[in-house]
Design a protein around this ligand. Sequence first.
Ligand SMILES: NC(=O)c1ccc[n+]([C@@H]2O[C@H](COP(=O)([O-])OP(=O)(O)OC[C@H]3O[C@@H](n4cnc5c(N)ncnc54)[C@H](OP(=O)(O)O)[C@@H]3O)[C@@H](O)[C@H]2O)c1
Length: 266
Amino acid sequence: MLPLVGFGTYPLRGEEGTAAITSALEAGYRYLDTAVNYENEREVGEALRRSGIPREEVRVATKIPGRFHAKDLALKSLHDSAQRLGVETIDVGLIHWPNPSRGLFVEAWEALVEAQRQGLVTTVGVSNFTEDHLERIIAAAGVTPAVNQVELHPWFPQEQLRGVHDRLGIRTQAWSPLGKRQAPFDEQPVADAARAHGVTPAQVILRWHVQLGSMPLPKSATPQRQSDNLAVTGFELGDDEVAAITALGRADGRLFGGDPETHEEM
Ligand SMILES: NC(=O)c1ccc[n+]([C@@H]2O[C@H](COP(=O)([O-])OP(=O)(O)OC[C@H]3O[C@@H](n4cnc5c(N)ncnc54)[C@H](OP(=O)(O)O)[C@@H]3O)[C@@H](O)[C@H]2O)c1
């Protein structure tokens, strides 16, 4: 079972980054989301050790970048990540982006499945995969990813893809769960719900994720916000409130990163 809320670590780096990640662990986060391309796996590992929390209580997720999709390179990428993190086992291994124009994501998936068989990775999943990408890797390897981490926030609620995840038994994880710098904190359904429940707009949005079945990965370098973002179990949104927030979604709602069909993340 994954926790309801995880901690996003991009772009926390250096001593300041280590301190912010350590503070998140002290606030109660037990799931850290990193990636080779965030260049902060060492900081994540250092925070883990500094916190003194037993290793088995914290899940660490990292991601294979596009330049390492070929099978041998993908396996090497995972070994190198484990070394930088200072862990024997990667709890959650993901493919960062499918990069379909390169056509190697099935190979990267086979490498992840092999790494799981070897015991290097406990849980295997993907990120930014479409329905078609998901079906191709499942057909090729006979293994369904445990999670698909995708852009998801009130501007971009991913209703269709969440339905696909439900059908295939895949857990939805949300990146930029608050909508980052363009967070819809002032939008009426969010502000109304915050007032009604006596919570912050960020807590409303994170609670909306939880009720959709999405696992949000909010990033904050601020200890107070880190704690607030975890406190999403003391209230419940009504179905009408959830629906009104979902209705903020719009065709041009994708904020960052681009379309998984065309985006190249190396
Ligand atoms: N798989 C992928 O392709 C992918 C892509 C992008 C991101 N991610 C992951 O998703 C994580 C989160 O995404 P993100 O950082 O883009 O977006 P986000 O978590 O939606 O937003 C982070 C921003 O919101 C602010 N914030 C956090 N809590 C707040 C609160 N309670 N009230 C007001 N502002 C608040 C933070 O500022 P302060 O830090 O100043 O508090 C920061 O500027 C990343 O760290 C990364 O782990 C994955």
